[in-house]
Write a new protein. Structure first.
Ligand SMILES: Nc1nc2c(ncn2[C@@H]2O[C@H](COP(=O)(O)OP(=O)(O)O)[C@@H](O)[C@H]2O)c(=O)[nH]1
Ligand SMILES: [Mg+2]
Length: 205
């Protein structure tokens, strides 16, 4: 749940990057950290196990400046995707305001994407949240591999697998090259702020 301080005209909200292990959540945050220097408000904190698998989570605070007279601060988190870290995912989801579901375009990860989306659905439900209501955006990551020999799913296939019922905005992306990373985040922030506006009417004078 966002912190809305109308007296100081300050809003702080929480966006979570969700998805299976190795789909590119941390790489998204790395890219944002490197590229959107003006918006970044602090260090990126990553709690890693050995190598690049996230045991716990990554955290990056950003600021969007003023919107309708309110100072907007955003906390970006990632969850660990591996099945065994379910309790950490539930913890990170606490108080979430918007979600980016990062799906891996590699054909071999098809099942993992679907499992992870189901896991998101269940964990949101446990937190009293509805996947159909919470601001949600899909990212089909690793599209840069289209230029290689690696077998990828088509975007249409991924839409059918993951977005047939939800019908949320979706973006092909590459967290490595940065293609689609900003667009995914911007759309999520727009949806989230619209949702919060409805909930809190914070922009009312
Ligand atoms: N080619 C390619 N590799 C990617 C992309 N995003 C992530 N990776 C690689 O996939 C691996 C896992 O990425 P990571 O961000 O750690 O995944 P996470 O478990 O979701 O946080 C790393 O080796 C990344 O370099 C992408 O868009 N394209
Ligand atoms: Mg990670």
């Amino acid at each position: 749940m966002a912190t809305v301080n109308l007296k100081n005209r300050e809003i702080e909200c929480k966006i979570v990057y969700y998805g299976p292990g190795r789909c590119g959540k941390t790489t998204n945050l790395d890219y944002i950290h490197r590229t959107f220097k003006k918006q970044v408000r602090g260090e990126m904190i990553s709690i890693d196990t050995d190598g690049d698998r996230t045991l716990f989570f990554d955290f990056l605070p950003i600021g969007l400046g003023q919107i309708k007279g309110c100072d907007i601060k955003v906390q970006l988190y990632t969850v660990p995707g591996q099945v065994q870290y379910r309790s950490t995912r539930q913890l990170v989801l606490k108080g979430v305001d918007g979600i980016i579901f990062v799906a891996d375009s590699l054909k071999v990860r098809r099942e993992k994407n679907m499992e992870s989306l189901k896991d998101l659905h269940e964990n949101l439900k446990k937190a009293g949240l509805n996947i159909l209501r919470i601001p949600l955006v899909m990212q089909y990551n690793k599209r840069d591999l289209e230029k290689t020999e690696m077998p990828l799913m088509s975007v249409e296939q991924m839409e059918r697998d993951l977005n047939r019922q939800l019908r949320v905005p979706s973006f092909p992306a590459s967290a490595v090259t940065g293609q689609g990373v900003g667009a995914t985040l911007t759309q999520t922030l727009k949806k989230t702020l619209k949702y919060l506006h409805k909930e809190f009417q914070w922009a009312q004078e």
